[in-house]
Design a protein around this ligand. Sequence first.
Ligand code: NAP
Length: 239
Amino acid sequence: MKIIVAGATGLVGSEIIRQCLDIDAVTEVIALARSPIQIDRSNKSLKIKCVMIEDYEYYPDHVKAVFAGADACIWTVAITPFRSGSFSFEEVKRVCQSCTLTGLQTIYEAQGGRAFRFMYLSAEGTPDDPTKKPMFMGDYQIMRRETELQLQEFSDSNANIEICIARPGVVTNSTTWGRAALASLLQLTNHFSRAIPNVGRSELAAAILSQILHGFSGEILSNVDLVGIGQEALRAKES
Ligand SMILES: NC(=O)c1ccc[n+]([C@@H]2O[C@H](COP(=O)([O-])OP(=O)(O)OC[C@H]3O[C@@H](n4cnc5c(N)ncnc54)[C@H](OP(=O)(O)O)[C@@H]3O)[C@@H](O)[C@H]2O)c1
């Protein structure tokens, strides 16, 4: 299976790439990024091809050619709420929405009608009703919901494409001291309740890859769904 991972330098994208190395069924990975990705020099990493672009809204012909023959794409590109304060809302919307739609259209067209799966990373708490603006980051959340709806519309009006929306909660990880502390705290409280929806980075990547490989179990996957699928996939890998 040939998979395109858009946003290969990101927190989620880089873990997906790492896990692809250990999955024999994944034979080729197109790591789409704005800067080089860190990969080891083992034999397994030969299946990863780093393709750099300047902007996720523009795809030169040589990049479109690399997309051909892909079976799936995992789209992790976004300006997250935490970083959105450093950009105008117009730019946040361009990266989160216009780039996603253009990326999907370009990758879809490169397949020439072959069956194709597209997994889009959204977030837990995205309002179902786009007319009801949440109190916190209302414009941002409505824009993310509109993006989800535009993707579903694309899937409804085009043949041979399946689209799934993953809505993780906080992605816990240990990439910095602060993140490791938060991950430990949430791990502890998860024994009692998952009051703040959260999913481990490796669980999330495992869940996404499992769905890409074996088929989508729904149009939208909640944080609970992702935790369950991810834990099962990691257990299967260990046994
Ligand atoms: N992390 C979480 O706790 C969390 C929770 C819920 C949902 N999610 C969702 O999961 C997805 C992936 O999240 P993540 O944590 O992996 O995000 P991330 O590490 O911030 O970055 C994701 C990707 O987006 C690209 N990107 C960021 N800003 C950009 C810009 N201004 N222009 C073009 N590309 C830009 C990054 O490219 P560069 O490396 O080149 O900047 C990176 O490849 C997002 O949709 C996010 O909303 C994340």
